[in-house]
Design a protein around this ligand. Structure first.
Ligand code: FAD
Ligand code: NAD
Length: 469
């Protein structure tokens, strides 16, 4: 068996693994990266990127379709569009292919040794990789586990031709007439919206009593109004049970026990993802777990010294940028730098219509907060680009005005997320935002307006406290 030694062995080439490998190589750490599928992992190949490409196709189609119907009041008339799915798919694959080739080239140029194959851990220092050319034993001073996650399968709805996960839903071969989406979370709402714009009659079935149940209620409610606008039928407090015997309907059960059969040509199940913890020797390593996830400390180290874990394998939030940030941290720790995970926030963006951004908290335990909200209805840019729905909200500690959360809903607010995250990460106070000059006309100005509104609330609070005192 071929033998390889290195300083860092990375298992899994998704955003967690590849970011670690690139950073480690930059820092002079001799690194081997093992990937069984394609470089880029879930995010680049079957997640973030193909989904955003599909959403873009659906958005463009919807825009032209609405123009052809005279919607929008811009005076633009187009002929009713036709979607050539073969071309759209090849464009989507081209986006993925271009980014993947770029990533592979970067891995090569930084000197990361990439092994294409399946890694099985032997112990906390070595793994056997099954490649097309045979087995390779890799021994390392440090090991990083970044095996990611896979979609959860529901017991009553095994994967099959009609019951699909996001992976199959992203490869649109035909637009189903009636699509039922199980799960009103990230994937269900992003892909449900896209399919509605592509022409499917979409029904979303959500077990909780609201959409995006992990977020503030007004954010999910805004997405709910957007879905209604696109003709999507949303069934809350409803669970998916099984396919009807004829296979052409989904049987659901509501909280009060009543059942219904929703006609479905396709059922997309998006009820969460679980970490990939089986089939690669993790069981024998017997690392501490946090539920189904690998437990890690603030250096992303597992319960075994020298064995690190990042990304979806380590739990929520299962987001690509969290995985990458953790991966870079591990590379720096392995290179001997004094790094700890001390980030104040990890932004989350939902690419729905309207988009949602949420960064940081909405409350500070029992401590009083001030909240400023700026509607996009007051934004010149939002009006001038035809959609002034939504808002930006800033939450700050009442005591010292340090900003603890910024949230937004509206068209293209995803691009505001960087400013939101940087403000919180740098410990900005409301006065830092009101004292910053932001370009006009842009949607970002709503950040300034929300901070102004929060300061006004703070002044009112101070005046009323003085009066009552
Ligand atoms: P993964 O990306 O899952 O990579 C793990 C890799 O490890 C895989 O390539 C796998 O082949 C490999 N592997 C596993 N076991 C072994 C082994 N034993 N040997 C060798 N290789 C192995 N996140 C966002 O932040 N923004 C988004 O817009 C977004 N959209 C998404 C859309 C969809 C449809 C989905 C499904 C997910 C989306 N996500 C998004 C989540 C994001 O994809 C994940 O959080 C991210 O990919 C996690 O990165 P990771 O490195 O932990 O694991
Ligand atoms: P999710 O956790 O976001 O949503 C799952 C939803 O399914 C929940 O609202 C839950 O209440 C509901 N549910 C669970 N069981 C059900 C049942 N039997 N019937 C009806 N509803 C049920 O999970 P997801 O949408 O599968 O996404 C997985 C992960 O992928 C997300 O947590 C996120 O981290 C990541 N992701 C991120 C993005 C992004 O950043 N834009 C996009 C897609 C996916």
């Amino acid at each position: 068996m071929e033998q390889l030694t290195c300083a860092l062995l990375v298992v899994g080439g998704g955003p967690g693994g590849y970011a670690a490998a690139l950073r480690a190589a930059d820092l002079g750490v001799d690194t081997v990266l093992v990937e069984a599928g394609h470089a880029g992992g879930t995010c680049l190949n079957i997640g973030c990127i193909p989904s955003k490409a599909l959403i873009h196709v659906a958005d463009e189609l919807d825009r032209v379709r609405r123009s052809s119907a005279g919607d929008g009041g811009l005076g633009i008339r187009a002929t009713p569009p036709h979607l050539d799915l073969v071309t759209a798919r090849s464009w989507q694959q081209g986006v993925v292919g271009t980014l993947r080739s770029g990533l592979e080239a970067r891995l090569r140029s930084t000197g990361v040794r990439v092994l294409a194959g399946w890694a099985t851990l032997v112990d906390g220092k070595s793994a056997v990789v099954t490649t097309s050319a045979g087995e390779v034993r890799v021994t390392a001073a440090h090991v990083l586990l970044a095996t990611g996650s896979r979609p959860i399968e529901l017991p009553g709805l095994p994967w099959g031709s009609r019951v699909v996960s996001s992976t199959e839903a992203l490869r649109v071969e035909a637009v189903p007439e009636r699509l039922v989406v199980v799960g009103g979370g990230y994937i269900g709402l992003e892909l449900g919206t896209a399919y509605a714009k592509l022409g499917s009659q979409v029904t979303i079935v959500e077990a909780a009593d609201r959409l995006l149940p992990t977020l503030d209620a007004d954010l999910g409610a805004a997405v709910g109004r957007g879905l209604e606008h696109h003709g999507v039928d949303v069934r809350l407090s409803t669970s998916a049970e099984a396919l009807a015997p004829a296979g052409d309907a989904l049987v659901t059960r509501t909280a009060d026990g009543s059942t219904a059969a929703l006609p479905a040509d396709e059922v997309l199940v998006a009820v969460g993802r679980r970490p990939v913890t089986d089939g690669w020797g993790l069981e024998d390593l017997d690392l501490d777990r946090d539920g189904p996830f690998v437990a890690i400390d603030d250096r992303c180290q597992s319960s075994m010294a020298g064995v690190y874990a990042v990304g979806d394998l380590t739990g929520e939030p299962m987001l690509a940028h969290r995985a990458s940030a953790q991966g870079e941290l591990v590379a720096e720790v392995v290179a001997g730098l004094p790094r700890r995970w001390d980030q104040r926030c990890v932004p989350a963006v939902m690419f729905t219509d309207p988009e949602v951004v949420t960064v940081g908290a909405s409350e500070d335990g029992d401590n009083p907060v001030v909240v400023g909200r700026a509607p996009l209805a007051a934004s010149g840019r939002a009006h001038a680009t035809g959609d002034a729905h939504g808002f930006v909200r800033v939450v700050a500690r009442a005591e010292d005005h340090v900003i603890i959360g910024i949230h937004g809903v509206g068209r293209e607010v995803s691009e505001l997320s960087a400013g939101f995250a940087i403000a919180i990460e740098m410990g900005a106070r409301l006065e830092d935002l009101t004292g910053s000059v932001l370009a006009h006309p842009t949607r970002s100005e709503a950040l300034h307006e929300a901070a102004v509104a929060a300061l006004a609330q703070s002044s009112r609070l101070t005046r009323s406290t003085k009066r009552s005192g």
